[in-house]
Ligand binder design. Sequence first.
Ligand code: GLN
Length: 272
Amino acid sequence: MCMKLFDLRKKLKDEFAQLDIDIVDVDFIVAQVLGVPVTLLPLIEDVDDDVCLEIQTKINMRASGMPVDRIFGNKYFYGLEFYIDDNVLSPRQDSEVLVDTALKYINDNHYHDVLDMCTGSGCLAIAVKRNAPVDVTAVDVSKKALIIAKKNADKHGEDIKFIQSNMFEKLDGKFDIIISNPPYIARDELKTLDREVIDHDPLIALDGGESGLKFYNIIHDNLRKYLNDDGVLVIEIGEDQRMLIEALFNDFELLECVKDLSGHDRVMVFKK
Ligand code: GLN
C-alpha cells in the first residue's frame, strides 16, 4: 500500500531539497500524474499503488536531471499547451515577449502575412495566429520538428502553412512581418549552458555557429527580398547580443529593443 499522499509529497520534497532540485517540481509531477490541479493535492489522502509507482518513476526521471516539460512531453507557452519532443526546443517564457511585440505591430499596422523562420515546436507561429487575423507561414529545416509543429497547430485548430526549407531556400513571396527565434548560442558558449538545456534541447535548435550569429546573417541577407517595404522583422536575441545584432543590421532601421521579464534585451525590431 502506498503511503498517504501528504507523507509521500513530504518525503519526495525532502529528497529534491537534498538534490538541490526545486521542490515545486514534486507537486507539479504528482498533480500531472493524478490529472488534477496542484491546488487540489491537499484534499487527496490516498493514491493507488500503480499511481504511486508512476509518480516514483517520473520523480526518478526528474532527479536524474530531466526537466518536467521533457518528462511529460508538453509545455505551456502564451497560455497554450504545446507538445514537445527531442526534436524541438522547449518553448521559453522569455520568448512570450516576442509574441507580444509581434502582435502589437500586427494590430497597429493591420499586417496580414506573417513568416515564422525556424519554427521548431511552432509555438510562436501558433500563438500569433491564435491572437490575430493573419496568414502564417512557418519554416523549419527539420522534418521531425515540422511534424511536432503541425501536431500543435492541429491541436489548437490553427491553419498554418508549414514549409520544410533550409532558411529561405524554398521560400517564395513577401511578408508583412517576419518573426524568428533562431539558434543563437555561440559555439564555445554551448558548453556553458545548464545541463538541463544542453542534455535535453536539440543542439540544432541552439547552435548558432562559431559566433552565434550564423542565422541572423542569413536573415539579414534575405530580408530585403522577403520583407514588404512597410514590414518589420521581429527577432529574439541572446541576452548579450544587442550590440552585435545592431551592427549586423546597420543598413536597416532599429525600431526598438524589448526586454524580457528578467530584464534582459530579448527582442529587436527592424524595418527597411
Ligand atoms: N533561449 C535559449 C537558451 O537560453 C536559446 C534559444 C535559441 O538558441 N534560440 O537556451
